[in-house]
Design a binder for this molecule. Sequence first.
Ligand code: SF4
Ligand code: SF4
Length: 475
Amino acid sequence: MKFSPQRYKISDRSMVPFIDVDEIWDILQNTQSTPESVNHIIEKSLRKNRLSLEETAILISANDEESIRLIKEGASQLKQAIYGNRIVLFAPLYIGSLCKNNCLYCGFRASNKEAIRLTLSDKDIENEVKALEDTGQKRLILVYGEHPKYNAEYIAHTARLVYATKYKNGEIRRVNINAAPLDVLGFRTVKEAGIGTYQIFQETYHPETYKTYHPSERKADYAYRLTALDRAQEAGLDDVGIGALFGLYDWRFEVMGLVRHANHLEACYNVGPHTISFPRIQSFSEANISDKYKVSDEDFVKLIAILRLAVPYTGLILTAREPEAIRDEALKYGVSQIDGGTKLELGAYSETKNETQNLNREQFQINDNRSLGEIMDELIEKQYLPSFCTACYRKGRTGEHFMEFSTHGFIKKFCTPNAILTLAEYLEDYANEATAEKGWTLIMHEIEKIEDEKILLQTLEKIAQIKLGERDLQF
Ligand code: SF4
Ligand code: SF4
């Protein structure tokens, strides 16, 4: 792996790339598993401990039916214990498709002359946000290509604009960012705009493969990208998200890379990543890449269950790239956040005419086209508790502090009541009659499960206030 010291302060250990390819392959190739060893590791995970690389490798190498059953059951149990039946919802908002890079798998790559290059104007952004608010969204992730125009100041400006845009009872309460790596100063600038999570996907943790798929411009520097979230931590931005694009290289290596990255952040800063994303390349022929490392549905569900067990307190995000059937499985075994009502075409949320999809305005295709209303209805029907909660970040419970809070009792005290309150708001303001009826039944059912009398009374009080028109009530 090439490391150029002039780009980093060499004395700063945290900026030194921390992925050792030989170490990871050595562990993967020399690990064998039995149902007994799998069971032993799952027990550790159920005690809410992170797993080491060696332990993760044991789960990865498990291929017999009994071990797979144990992994899925363990993941499902852990998910219930930590997250309950809550599912957090968000929507992506693409801000601009200008890009200097040439990632071979991406529709926005600079060499794709067919791609329509757009940057939403401030007015466009306001219109998009209002349209999203009008469906009930409260959490957005803003997505940018990698281009000098989308620098830290611009990202901070757009985040502030989104927060300031309100429509009827709607408002965006958490703006997450998916953009290019910044320097320390840049991360400070976006932090000051009040962003939630800064998400950077490594795409692939395998340096040689990384080089193949990122041939030019800034993104060609594997190490600069890998250490980006260390710079974010140095800037005081402790709420970060990592991710890998599955299908570029061996999925087993990528899972190990993600776990190594999570454990690195935890070891160096005492706070792991807030979220992990693991999008799968869907259309290999259109993306012009070999399907050698295509991840089967079976392996995909297995890897989600393994990630759940390996990093118990990290949110797992699944996007609308995946079809409905896979989403259902993923929710069972570990995913805690999904997007709803996603439109990837720039400017599409506020468009009423021109319903025809234009692939040249998209970075990739999605396979779940349901509206937020449809997804909410289905989650409620399946007894999941949809949540738009943003309380922790707004009350300063992030990073290290968040880890302190994430102990036994936290969910009952904060997450469940907050999920109930945000669902109550949604039902009052955005749901159709049928969804509202089912939703209130679910809320009553959830309220019955609250054991602490004080929290129960406060929840009931806040619901009464919501019914009277108050909004943004939280624990
Ligand atoms: Fe640009 Fe991102 Fe697409 Fe790469 S993945 S070409 S950086 S928009
Ligand atoms: Fe997340 Fe905090 Fe809300 Fe729980 S209370 S759902 S941890 S923001």
